[in-house]
Design a protein around this ligand. Structure first.
Ligand code: CO
Length: 153
């Protein structure tokens, strides 16, 4: 495994649309291992292909004990809403509120090419939305929430 360099905002690669993964091979496994290690070292909760210079639809997400490798992910169902601060390993010194669904159902392939499905809520749902956005060249601050925030009582 190896730590990869994280691409920083301003690099046009972060604005490109990624192509699907078609080959599930050793190279993909190595990429995923490296992405997991790179995310952990940077203390992030997610990392997407373009952030390590790979324009393929791959991302890793880790929130607490939940770790998932998302290959060709598609969010097939959402519910509810959450508004909260978000940042990004590629965007230093910037965070803002973003509205995301509170629940997502995501279909994806694992590293062996087997189709999987996961249902996630709260921070994990937020991370999955953030990472799948990266695969379409979208950064979190594009979606800055500028409305009023209702305080929970
Ligand atoms: Co990000």
């Amino acid at each position: 495994m190896a730590i990869r360099d994280i691409v920083k905002d301003g690099d046009p690669i972060l604005r490109k649309t990624c192509r699907p993964v078609e080959v599930f091979d050793e190279k993909l496994a190595k990429l995923l291992d490296d992405m997991r290690e790179t995310m952990r070292k940077a203390e992030g909760v997610g990392l997407a292909g373009p952030q390590v210079g790979i324009l393929r639809r791959v991302a890793v997400v880790e929130v607490g004990d939940f770790y998932v490798e998302l290959i060709n992910p598609v969010i097939v169902e959402t519910d509810g809403e959450q508004i909260g601060y978000e940042g990004c390993l590629s965007v230093e010194g910037k965070s803002c509120n973003v509205a995301r669904p509170n629940y997502v159902k995501v279909r994806y392939f694992n590293r062996n090419g087997v189709q999987m499905q996961a249902e996630c809520e709260e921070l994990t749902a937020r991370a999955i939305c953030h990472e799948t956005d990266h695969l379409d060249g979208i950064l979190f601050y594009d979606k800055e929430y500028k409305g009023k925030i209702k305080k929970k009582r």
